[in-house]
Write a protein that binds this ligand. Structure first.
Ligand code: PLP
Length: 387
């Protein structure tokens, strides 16, 4: 007899960006040359790890909140970016990536039927993570302001999830917007879950200010961050969650029942090489943020507009007058031009007229070839009507 699946899990769709990248891996394995503008990561040269010096403890479970030395380094790193000290023993937990951190925070906060506000363009996993907690994702169409978020707060609202700097637009929230979000959180007893995985990917002259800076006592703020993007090691699956002691106690139980601890050997290596890895990625990140500007200019030169933003390694490009929906467009681009992007539809119902272009995984000449293909396909499929 066929196994019966959970209706909840059955109702989820695959994470669109990851599904697209799995296709690219398969095509490449078959020998296809795909210009890959769909990967949510940036490739850097980083020091090659040697695990020889780490000692036998590195091969075993660690404390479920993570290797203590890495917690200390991360606490100091966060303090530098927010001006607020973090207690490495009580206010931080190392996770298997920030995706797990967001999910554990939601699991610890959301009761069935609670609402969680997720502004569009939204990161593809937020709504399904909320649904997995039996909560209800409440979206705000792209272009919405903080007041549009405020307008969606009801007595059932439990949390707001923000991604700052923002995948896919590259926009950063202003200090005024962050203050207003904290005000809302205070006023209505909401959690403000701030996913800051692109915190290093900002223009050179503008240091990133963490959402944590506005809630020094961590009354309602949950910071999720990761080594995936900022340290260029997405495959290591190391992220972290910073929150008040009470929430950390709750998510520690989840961690203990789910994964025990983040990968010890990698955390130990990172703890001992923290500054060296960061010193090596930072200049490469700055070069990449500059390259982002050049790619945006190349798109603009062909009349393709992107939503405003200057950070991360993504662009959210409008399909303008193309008659194709974003999914069809991404399909056509992959099959005809061998260029992979993510359809805007994955980022919310209001984002149908866009595609996400990631510039993190290809050299500039191939990026520009990808841009030409995108612009050519928009031109070829354009009608007179503006979307
Ligand atoms: N949050 C956002 C906004 C992301 O774009 C991504 C990856 O694409 C993640 C979280 C996941 O990061 P991690 O590798 O730390 O789980």
């Amino acid at each position: 007899m066929a196994l019966r699946h959970s209706t909840l899990v059955d109702s989820l769709s695959e994470a669109a960006s990851i599904k697209q990248n799995n296709r690219v891996y398969d095509l490449r394995a078959d020998g296809a040359d795909v210009i890959t503008l769909s990967l949510g990561e940036a490739f850097f040269d980083i020091p090659t790890p040697s695990f020889d010096e780490l000692g036998p403890a590195a091969h075993h479970y660690s404390h479920s909140r993570g290797v203590p030395l890495l917690r200390q380094k991360l606490a100091k790193y966060h303090e530098e970016g927010s001006g607020t000290p973090v207690d490495p023993d009580r206010e931080i937990m190392i996770t298997a990536g920030s995706k797990a951190a967001v999910f554990m925070a939601l699991t610890a906060l959301v009761e069935p039927g609670d609402e969680v506000i997720v502004p569009e363009p939204l990161w593809v996993s937020y709504p399904d993570q909320v649904r997995l907690c039996r909560g209800i994702p409440v979206t705000v169409p792209w272009g919405g302001t903080v007041e549009d978020i405020a307008a969606r707060v009801t007595p059932r609202t439990r949390a707001v999830v923000i991604n700052n700097p923002h995948n896919p637009t590259g926009r950063r929230l202003t200090a005024a917007e962050l203050r207003r979000l904290h005000e809302l959180a205070d006023e209505h007893g909401l959690a403000l879950i701030a996913d800051e995985v692109y915190s290093e990917f900002v223009p050179d002259h503008e240091p990133f200010v963490s959402t944590g800076a506005f809630d020094p006592d961590r009354e309602h703020t949950v910071i999720c961050n990761s080594m995936s993007k900022n340290f260029g090691i997405s495959g290591w699956r190391v992220g972290y969650l910073i929150a008040g002691e009470g929430l950390i106690e709750q998510v520690t139980k989840l961690q203990q029942h789910l994964v025990t601890c983040a990968p010890t050997i990698l955390c130990q290596y990172l703890a001992e090489n923290f500054e060296a890895v960061l010193a090596s990625t930072r200049p490469q990140i700055h070069a990449m943020v500059e390259r982002r500007g050049r790619v945006a200019a190349a798109l603009a030169a062909r009349g393709v507009e992107c939503l405003p933003g200057d950070s991360t390694f993504y662009l959210f490009a409008s399909l303008g007058r193309s008659s194709l929906g974003s999914t069809e467009f991404a399909e056509e681009l992959l099959s005809r031009y061998r260029v992979s992007v993510v359809a805007g539809a994955a980022y919310g119902a209001s984002c149908e007229g866009f595609i996400r272009v990631s510039i993190g995984a290809e050299p500039e000449d191939r990026l520009l070839r990808g841009v030409r293909a995108i612009c050519d396909l928009i031109d070829e499929t354009s009608t007179g009507a503006v979307r």
